[in-house]
Design a binder for this molecule. Structure first.
Ligand code: GLN
Length: 472
C-alpha cells in the first residue's frame, strides 16, 4: 500500500461543488494515510477522524444554492496544537498543560468553521512552538515523511508532516520567527506568514506576542491564499489586528512586467551552501527577472535581536503556568513550592532555558543592555526594510540555510539551532508578510524553500507574485 495523494483545496472544492467528489471519501483516504504513516511520523497529538467523517457526511448531504458553497466546505484541515479548539485539549506539546481543555474557539477556528472546514486533528509541535525541528515536543519528535531519518522542520513540524503524507489537505501553523515557513521549506510545501496583525491571535497560545502570527501550510500558493482570505481580517478581541479586511487577489499566475526583486547582499554573501543559493536564484534568472542587490547590514544581528526579544516575552507570557491555573499541578506544602515543583516538572529544557534568559534580560540591572537595545535594533531594522522596499517590490532569499537535517543532529546545540533562523527572523521582527515556496531544484534530493518578503500589509500582492513564481 502506498500514500493516497490528496487533492488541493482548490481542486477539492470544485469537485465537491460539482458533486464529482464526496468529502467523506476524502476523510476515508486520510484514514488510510494515517494508518500507514502516523505511527512512524507522529504528526498528530490528537486525531478526530470520526467527528471529521460525521461532519463530512453532513457537508455531503447539504445542498448549497448555486454559487453559494462556502469557501472551505468539506475541506479537511489540521490545526497546530497551540491554537484553541473548544472542548478539545490544547497541549502546546507540553506536560504543563496536561489535562487542559480549551474552553473556547480561537478566532481562526471560528472563521474556518463558519466556512465549512473540517477539523482533522491537532498537530504536534515544538513545546510552546519554541524550536525549529519539532524535536522538543513532550509527545516525541515528528519525522519528515520525505525521509524519516530527518526532521520536518519546526516548530509547526506536525502540520507540515500531516500535509506532506496526506493526513490533511492543508494545515494551520504559527510563525514567530519562521515556524510556518521553515517546516514548509523542509517538506516541499508552501508556508505563508501574513503581516503581523493580519490574522487574529485570539486563541493562539502566546509565545512572543509581538511576533506570533498564524499562517497556512499548503501544497500550493492558491490554497494558502484561500485559507488566508478566510482567517484574516480585523478582530475586536485582538487589538493588534489591522482594521481592514484582506484585499481581493488576482491569482492569474501572470508575472507582471517590470517587477523588481531584490536580494539582500549580506544574506547571500554569508551563505555557506552555494547550491541553495543557486536553487533559489535560478528560477528568477531563467524567467528573465533581474535580481537587484541591496545592502542591509542590519540583518546580521537579527538572530540576537530576535532571541533577546522572544526570550523576554517568553519569560512574561509563560509566567501564567504556575500549577494553579492550568493543567499540571505538583502539590507541595507551600504555594511557592507548588509553583516551583509544577514548573520544574511541567516545562522541558528549552522552555526553561528561554524563561531564565528572558528573565535575566528583563531584570533591572540588564534591561537597558539587552531588552531595550533589542527594541531599538528592531526599529532600525524595520526602517532598513522600508528603505529596501523603496527600491524593490519583493525581497528574495532562501527560507533556511540548509535542507532538512537528521534527527538529533542539532538539538544538543541550541546556538546552532538558533542560527538556522537567519532568514526568517528579520522579516518577522519587521512585521512583514513572507512566504516560502518550493524551489524547482532540490539539493541532495531534498526540497529547498524560496522565501519572498513584501512590505507591510502587501499580503495580497505577495501571494499574487508567489503564485506566478510557483508556475515558472
Ligand atoms: N525557531 C524559532 C524559535 O525557536 C522560531 C519558532 C517559531 O516561529 N515559533 O524561536
Amino acid at each position: 500500500m502506498s500514500m493516497k495523494e490528496l487533492p488541493t483545496i482548490a481542486q477539492l472544492w470544485f469537485d465537491l461543488d460539482t458533486g464529482a467528489a464526496k468529502a467523506a471519501d476524502v476523510i476515508a483516504l486520510i484514514r488510510e494515510n494515517v494508518a500507514l504513516y502516523e505511527k512512524d511520523i507522529n504528526a498528530y497529538i490528537n486525531l478526530y477522524l470520526d467527528e471529521a467523517e460525521e461532519l463530512a457526511r453532513s457537508q455531503d448531504s447539504t445542498r448549497y444554492p448555486a454559487g453559494k458553497t462556502p469557501d472551505l466546505a468539506g475541506i479537511p484541515i489540521a490545526i497546530k496544537d497551540n491554537i484553541c479548539v473548544k472542548g478539545k485539549p490544547c497541549t502546546c506539546a507540553s506536560n504543563i498543560l496536561k489535562g487542559f481543555v480549551a474552553p473556547y474557539d480561537a478566532t481562526v477556528i471560528e472563521r474556518l468553521n463558519a466556512r465549512g472546514a473540517i477539523l482533522v486533528g491537532k498537530t504536534n509541535l515544538d513545546e510552546f512552538a519554541m524550536g525549529a525541528s519539532t524535536e522538543t515536543s513532550a509527545f516525541g519528535p515528528v519525522r519528515n515523511p520525505l525521509d524519516p531519518e530527518r526532521v520536518p522542520g519546526g516548530s509547526s513540524g506536525g502540520s507540515a508532516a500531516a500535509v506532506r503524507y496526506g493526513g490533511a489537505v492543508a494545515a494551520l501553523g504559527s510563525d514567530t520567527g519562521g515556524s510556518v515557513r521553515q517546516p514548509a521549506a523542509f517538506s516541499g510545501l508552501v508556508g505563508f506568514r501574513p503581516s503581523y496583525g493580519r490574522v487574529s491571535r485570539w486563541g493562539l497560545v502566546a509565545f512572543a506576542s509581538s511576533l506570533d502570527q498564524i499562517g497556512p501550510i499548503t501544497r500550493t500558493v492558491e490554497d494558502a491564499a484561500l485559507i488566508y482570505s478566510v482567517i484574516a481580517g480585523p478582530d475586536p478581541r485582538d487589538s493588534t489586528t489591522y482594521p481592514q479586511e484582506p484585499e481581493e487577489m488576482d491569482l492569474t499566475g501572470e508575472l507582471k512586467r517590470g517587477v523588481k526583486v531584490g536580494i539582500i547582499k549580506e544574506f547571500f554573501a554569508e551563505l555557506a551552501d552555494e547550491r541553495i543559493s543557486e536553487a533559489v536564484q535560478t528560477p528568477f534568472k531563467e524567467a528573465g527577472i533581474d535580481l537587484i542587490e541591496v545592502s542591509m547590514p542590519e540583518v546580521r544581528y537579527s538572530i540576537s535581536g530576535y532571541y533577546l526579544l522572544a526570550f523576554s516575552e517568553v519569560s512574561s507570557n509563560l509566567a501564567r503556568y504556575d500549577g494553579i491555573r492550568y493543567g499540571l499541578r505538583v502539590s507541595k506544602l507551600g504555594l511557592r513550592e507548588t509553583y516551583s515543583a509544577s514548573r520544574a516538572q511541567g516545562f522541558g529544557e528549552e522552555i526553561k532555558r528561554r524563561i531564565l534568559m528572558g528573565t535575566f534580560g528583563l531584570s533591572a540591572g540588564y534591561i537597558d543592555a539587552y531588552y531595550n537595545t533589542a527594541l531599538r535594533y528592531r526599529a532600525a531594522l524595520a526602517k532598513a526594510y522600508e528603505k529596501a522596499f523603496s527600491q524593490v517590490d519583493f525581497l528574495l532569499s532562501p527560507t533556511a540555510p540548509t535542507v532538512a537535517y537528521k534527527l538529533g543532529e542539532k538539538i544538543h546545540d541550541p546556538l546552532e539551532m538558533y542560527l538556522g533562523d537567519i532568514y526568517t527572523a528579520s522579516n518577522a521582527l519587521a512585521a512583514l508578510p513572507c512566504i516560502s515556496i518550493p524551489a524547482p531544484r532540490k539539493v541532495d534530493g531534498l526540497p529547498v524553500g524560496i522565501q519572498l518578503t513584501a512590505s507591510r500589509y502587501q499580503d495580497a500582492k505577495l501571494l499574487e507574485f508567489a503564485h506566478a513564481v510557483e508556475r515558472i
